[in-house]
Design a protein around this ligand. Structure first.
Ligand SMILES: [Zn+2]
Length: 119
């Protein structure tokens, strides 16, 4: 994800980057020059509200049901019913959606995100 290079204003060496969102600390390995700045990634600035919609499952696995249960706070039975019928699991910001997406993908849940989610 990190592709930008920062060049030391004093000596022109490539600076080392330490990113603790949103603080970006730059230090020069050559002359010791330090610069602190802030940097937001595109996803942080995206104020679109996204929805994760679960595709209906015939036979959800235990793990998938647990993921839904954890994500929604619904009990086991309700989560199972939800997986079988499908529907909107979650609405939220891009960063929240990204986190849920990873969990769902890790558990082979079928879902889609609207509007188009590019992260
Ligand atoms: Zn330098």
């Amino acid at each position: 994800m990190e592709s930008n290079k920062y060049i030391c204003p004093d000596c022109g060496a490539e600076m080392l980057q330490e990113y603790e969102k949103p603080a970006l600390n730059l230090s020069c390995p050559k002359c010791g020059c330090k610069i602190a700045t802030t940097k937001w990634e595109e996803i942080d600035l995206d104020d679109t509200v996204y929805s994760i919609c679960i595709e209906p499952f015939e036979n959800p696995t235990m793990e998938q049901i647990k993921v839904i249960s954890k994500s929604t706070g619904m009990n086991f039975a309700a989560s199972k019913t939800f997986l079988k019928s499908g529907g909107i699991l979650f609405r939220g910001s891009a960063t929240e959606i990204l986190e849920k997406k990873k969990t769902l993908e890790a558990n082979s849940c079928l879902f889609h995100i609207a509007p188009t989610f590019k992260y």
